[in-house]
Design a protein around this ligand. Structure first.
Ligand code: IFM
Length: 459
């Protein structure tokens, strides 16, 4: 195998999520989600936009499948909008909503593209939030009902399932930092929510195994290497602590059936667990600790962590901008491909998952069409090549990395940033819905077809 070649059978994909691309927010019985509500509040979305139309993928999915086919990708990771399928979170199933995913899955299969379906990518039905959302244990039960309905309908054709996307973002950004829906600022809520997310994951896996026999099931986590800002003991301790909150809080229960004791102790010490871990009931962690077929890794950058020098009550470790970054993306995130290699090796060493997939990796750059209509997004090309090189490094180091999904197929609604950040390898004109494959899309297509970085590595 040449130095630049990927293993035979390596899965090459692109990824999106329902809320970010579908639009059709009130079509065919879809109910409101927490992100509709969040985006409707003045001042919360950077450019004042909402996702009511987004990429209008709901109506244009056939064209979007055509784009994927022309790129030659073998797999498409998309999410299922819970409010489209069960508009009020629990209760009657909206068959028209399921019909859409039926059409999408059939279209993908006839184009030779393998569907990879994520069940929860952040768009909780608002009706469930009105009852307390993920802070309520009953939301985990509602998620099981939703997953059951989806997998009964699609489980004969969808053979790759991801239960949750980035539960750290849902719990911490959504419930402690207020930067995402539902926009709360309460650490106790965030920790309860994280447990119910994990519990719902564990409970859905056997449902999927039953309704979709032979399928491969995993969960996607946003992992990042947490590096101390300096060699000082304080910064090293802060980095370890942030690693605990971000990575081990999710990975340990899934793989070992327990929460990391140092992180529990820390949360208790700073008052985030006023009633201890009383939301964890007997048997919960056995359910969370259910065998998986893979772990999905979403990687964008590393976290550089310093201890708090301000005497804040919680002494929370702070992530800071990397010192002397060579390059930042439009998100302000450092381009740091080596962090991907290290994250994959660490996951393999510490947790020995059956398989790993990079389920998201990509970069926001605003480059648009030039005078000839082409989009020469050279920075994204470089980013993708460097990170694929990082994947190869990990594979050479023995990591069972079996695939890579580029985020994202399309420019789309980047949550609290609205349309101000573009991650697509396909340009979307949000006025006309015209799509243009960017240079990065053409480059990715060549890599996919060759199953190798050769020639493109140095370009
Ligand atoms: O757009 C998001 C995606 O929904 C989840 N992972 C990170 C991406 C870029 O911020």
């Amino acid at each position: 195998m040449s130095r630049d070649a990927f293993p035979r059978g390596f899965v090459w994909g692109v990824a999106t999520s329902a809320f970010q691309i579908e639009g059709a927010h009130d079509i065919d019985g879809r109910g409101p989600s927490i992100w509709d509500r969040y985006a409707a509040q003045p001042g919360l979305i950077e450019d004042g936009s909402n996702a009511n139309v987004a990429c209008d993928h709901y109506h244009r999915y056939q064209g979007d499948i055509g784009l994927m086919k022309s790129l030659g990708v073998g797999a498409y990771r998309f999410s299922i909008a819970w409010p489209r399928v069960v508009p009020f979170g629990r209760g009657p199933v909206n068959e028209a909503g399921l019909d859409f995913y039926d059409r999408l899955v059939d279209g993908l299969l006839s184009a030779g593209i393998t569907p990879w379906s994520t069940l929860y990518h952040w768009d909780l039905p608002q009706a469930l939030q009105d009852e307390g959302g993920w802070t309520r244990r009953s939301t985990a039960d509602a998620f099981v009902e939703f997953a059951d309905a989806v997998s009964i309908r699609l489980g004969d054709r969808v053979q790759h399932w991801i239960t949750h996307n980035e539960p750290w973002c849902v719990s911490v950004l959504g419930h402690a930092d207020g930067k995402q829906a539902p926009g709360h600022r309460s650490w106790p809520e965030a920790l309860v929510a994280s447990h119910h997310l994990l519990l719902s994951h564990g409970r859905v896996v056997p449902v999927l195994r039953c309704n979709s026999p032979g399928s491969r099931i995993g969960i996607t986590l946003n992992t990042a290497e947490c590096e101390p800002a300096s060699p000082s003991d304080a910064d090293r301790a802060a980095a370890r602590q942030f690693d605990g909150e971000l990575n081990r809080w999710f990975l340990d229960p899934i793989h070992f059936g327990r929460y990391p004791s140092d992180v529990i102790e820390y949360h208790e010490r700073v008052g985030r667990l006023p009633r201890g871990m009383d939301f964890v009931r007997p048997g919960d962690l056995e359910e969370v600790h259910t065998p998986l077929d893979f772990i999905g890794v979403n990687y964008y950058s590393r976290a550089v962590v310093r201890s708090s020098t301000v005497p804040e009550a919680d002494n929370e470790p702070r992530t800071i901008p990397a010192p002397d970054p060579i390059e930042l993306t439009d998100m302000g995130w450092e381009v740091y491909p080596n962090g991907l290699t290290r994250a994959l090796i660490r996951l393999n060493t510490d947790y020995a998952p059956s398989a790993l997939f990079v389920t998201e990796n990509g970069a926001a750059y605003s480059t648009g069409p030039g005078s000839d209509g082409s989009v020469e997004d050279t920075e994204r090309c470089a980013y993708v090549k460097q990170h694929l090189g990082a994947c190869l490094e990990a594979i050479r180091a023995g990591v069972p990395l079996h695939g890579y999904f580029l985020w994202s197929l399309l420019d789309n609604f980047e949550w609290a940033f609205g349309f101000s950040k573009r991650f697509g390898i396909v340009w979307v004109d949000f006025e006309t819905q015209e799509r243009i494959i960017k240079a990065s899309g053409h480059m990715y297509s060549r890599i996919v077809r060759r199953n190798s970085l050769a020639e493109d590595r140095a370009a």
